[in-house]
Structures are given as structure tokens and as C-alpha cells.
Design a protein around this ligand. Structure first.
Ligand SMILES: NC(=O)c1ccc[n+]([C@@H]2O[C@H](COP(=O)([O-])OP(=O)(O)OC[C@H]3O[C@@H](n4cnc5c(N)ncnc54)[C@H](O)[C@@H]3O)[C@@H](O)[C@H]2O)c1
Length: 363
């Protein structure tokens, strides 16, 4: 079934009203492309809390109750715990709703295929939202090196430090489902948060042909085994190589309005370099993007470098897409599978002492 854009505001529901709702809601507030008609969460407390944002919306404890209510819904913002993504999304497609899903899409390729099949048979669209692709400093980084300003690309580097102090509160219930993910070999650093880094790599330089990884573990007891230190290196089909180092600094205080994650992206060209200094947290308090060419450093001081804005713009992009059908989904379900393959190739490489693994060959 071909997608037909809506000639009226999209009727939307939030499915899951937890921590990340605070960011995703930014796309919906004051947006004429959408009308929020329902809120769903088994937690009465969460429903009551979020109802204040949307007094006109009906609230339900489950998606099944919403579906049975007769309220018309076009699309849902699925903010479910990762272990519920697969069955949850299949259920949502069963009700005939388009789905904007959080990352990571799911843990393995069989489940990804089940989700794609469910989208296809329902004739609805699966989007796996990637807010980093809407973060203005990263968008500008991409346009800087694509302009040729720093010369021919020689390679690039991403850095991520997970710190244990600072940032906003994360409910213990979220850690419970993260622990389930850890038990399944899908850690917080590389698979959960790391999904964004792998996404940006594909978005910046295209398909990945080979991955080599060395993934370590740091245990904090009680099953809290964090997947760092780790190093992942890869080559894109266009020959550009990337490397990502992931470390933990549990006692480091990081100023952040959100999660305590210190991040950098640095692209080296034959004439200079371009570096995004931060994203989620406020580690390096210089301009969020700096470009060095021919002995001169230029700082971008006026970018919208609040991480929350990337959620706002990603969500607005989706809602506009539903109204027009124009432009890439960033990401479609199929593109999200490429990110999953990248992660799975890293795991396969690390399990085999860092041999090169092609994402196209993982199973
Ligand atoms: N893009 C990002 O940077 C980013 C950041 C944080 C979280 N996330 C993703 O967002 C998703 C949710 O994360 P979170 O931090 O908000 O988790 P959370 O644990 O804070 O919230 C999950 C919510 O889902 C509710 N829920 C559980 N079962 C449900 C069901 N069957 N139907 C409806 N609601 C149900 C829970 O009661 C809870 O309120 C995850 O996929 C996570 O990976 C993405």
C-alpha cells in the first residue's frame, strides 16, 4: 500500500511516558502538524504527570485499551523499554498505526525482519528515529567537510566517555530493563547509546564495508557489567576509515542537562580538521563546532547546540513527513537495519579477537 500524506493534522498518541518523553514531546508542543489524542502507559503516576501537558488527550494503561476505545489514531510515538520494542511495534502495526520508534530498533536481525514484515503487511510506516542526525553542530560538520573546505578526508574519530556524576535523574525502572539488555549482550555504551554513534558514522560517510572491534567490560557488581573500555574501527565502502573509543570515568562530574555522556566527533582532512566538541553533556565549553584550516581556527558560536533540540527537530521532521511524504525518513526501518548490522559486526569481530567482519555478512 502506497503511503498517502495527511491533508490535516496527524492524530498521534504517545506509547510510553517515561524519561525520554521529556525530550520527544518538544516536537509535538505547539506543532500545527499534529494533534495529540492519547497517552498510554501502565504507570498511573506517569499518565497523571503527562496529562498536564495534554489535558484534551485520553489516557490509557495499554495500547490495546486505546485501540478498543474507538479514538482515531494515525501515528504513534513509541517510547517503550527496548525489550518491548519488537512485540510492541508488531502490536501497534496490528492496530493500523504508523510508528516512530526509539533506537535501538531491536537486538537481532530476525526480530528486525519481523518488525519490517509487520509494517509491510499493515501498510504502515516504520521510522526508527535518530535525533543525532538533527543536531545542528553535526549537520554543520557534515556540510563543512562536504564543501571541501578541509580538503580530502583522511579519516575520522569519535570519542565517548560515560561519566557517573551529574546530569538528570534516571528512574530505577529504566535500569531494570537495561540490565535485561546487558544480560542479552546488548550493553548501554555500545548498543544503546552507541547506536547513535554508529548511525552518525553511516550518515556522515555512507555504507560500512568492514568492522574491527575490541570490546571490554567493567563490572560494578549485581550484573551491572558496562561494555567499556572498547575500541571499534571500521572502513566505509568509499575507503574512509573511522575509529571510536569508548571509556568510563565513573567519578568524573560532567555538567549536563541530560545524560552524562562526553562526546566528540573529529574529521581530519588533507588541509585541516573539523571537530564537534560536545553533544549530550557540556564537557568542552568551547564553540560546539571548530574548524581548523591553513593555520586558522574558526569557532561556531551561534549553533543550536542544546541536545534536546535534536529531538524536537527529529520529531518535527517525522510529523512533516507524514503531512507531505517528502524527504528521507532518517531512518526508515530498512536503514535502521544497517545500523543494527554495524553493531552486530562489531560484536562478531570482538568475539573473534578483532578480525575484520563485514556488516553485510552478519546473521
Ligand atoms: N534517542 C535517545 O537519545 C534516547 C535517550 C533515552 C532513551 N531512549 C530510548 O527511549 C525508549 C524509552 O526509554 P526511557 O528512558 O524513556 O525509558 P523509561 O523506563 O523511563 O520509560 C519507559 C516507559 O514505558 C512504559 N511502559 C512499559 N510498558 C509499556 C507498555 N506495554 N505500553 C506503554 N508503555 C509502557 C513504562 O511504564 C515507562 O513509563 C528506549 O527505547 C530507549 O532506548 C532514547
Amino acid at each position: 500500500m502506497a503511503f498517502v500524506p495527511y491533508d490535516r493534522p496527524v492524530r498521534a498518541a504517545f506509547i510510553g511516558l517515561g524519561r525520554v518523553y521529556d525530550l520527544n514531546v518538544l516536537a509535538y508542543t505547539g506543532n500545527p502538524d499534529v494533534e495529540v489524542v492519547a497517552l498510554v502507559d501502565p504507570s498511573e503516576e506517569r499518565r497523571a504527570q503527562r496529562q498536564a501537558d495534554w489535558p484534551e488527550a485520553a489516557a490509557f494503561a495499554s495500547a490495546a485499551e486505546l485501540a478498543a476505545s474507538g479514538i482515531e489514531v494515525d501515528a504513534v510515538e513509541a517510547l517503550l523499554p527496548i525489550p518491548l520494542h519488537v512485540d510492541g511495534v508488531i502490536e501497534l502495526f496490528g492496530y493500523g498505526w504508523h510508528v516512530n520508534l526509539q533506537k535501538p530498533m531491536c537486538n537481532d536481525l530476525l526480530d528486525a525482519q519481523r518488525m519490517l514484515d509487520a509494517a509491510k503487511s499493515s501498510g504502515r510506516v516504520l521510522r526508527v528515529m535518530e535525533n543525532y542526525l538533527f543536531y545542528e553542530p553535526l549537520i554543520r560538520l557534515k556540510s563543512v567537510f562536504e564543501s571541501g573546505e578541509i580538503g580530502t578526508i583522511a579519516g575520522y574519530h569519535m570519542k565517548m566517555v560515560g561519566s557517573g556524576k551529574g546530569g538528570w535523574d534516571v528512574p530505577w525502572s529504566s535500569f531494570e530493563w537495561q540490565l535485561k539488555q546487558i544480560k542479552r549482550g546488548r550493553g548501554i555504551m555500545i548498543f544503546d547509546d552507541g547506536w547513535h554513534k554508529l548511525s552518525t558514522a553511516i550518515w556522515l560517510f555512507g555504507p560500512v564495508s568492514q568492522v574491527r572491534a575490541w570490546i571490554g567490560t567493567t563490572s560494578f557488581g549485581h550484573g551491572i557489567d558496562i561494555d567499556a573500555p572498547a575500541v571499534i574501527a571500521w572502513e566505509h565502502a568509499n575507503g574512509v576509515r573511522g575509529v571510536w573509543d569508548i571509556t568510563l570515568a565513573p567519578d568524573l562530574y560532567l555538567r549536563s542537562d541530560y545524560y552524562t555522556n562526553d562526546e566528540r566527533w573529529e574529521v581530519t582532512g588533507s588541509r585541516g580538521f573539523a571537530r564537534v566538541n560536545r553533544c549530550t553533556g557540556r564537557g568542552i565549553q568551547q564553540p560546539s563546532l571548530e574548524v581548523y584550516v591553513d593555520g586558522e581556527m574558526r569557532g561556531y558560536h551561534a549553533l543550536d547546540d542544546d541536545w534536546a533540540s535534536s529531538f524536537r527537530d527529529s520529531g518535527r521532521h517525522w510529523l512533516r513527513w507524514l503531512r507531505t511524504g517528502d524527504g528521507p525518513l532518517l531512518w526508515s526501518g530498512e536503514e535502521a537495519v544497517d545500523v543494527l548490522r554495524f553493531a552486530l559486526a562489531a560484536y562478531a569481530s570482538s568475539a573473534s579477537d578483532g578480525i575484520g567482519v563485514s556488516p553485510s555478512q552478519v546473521i
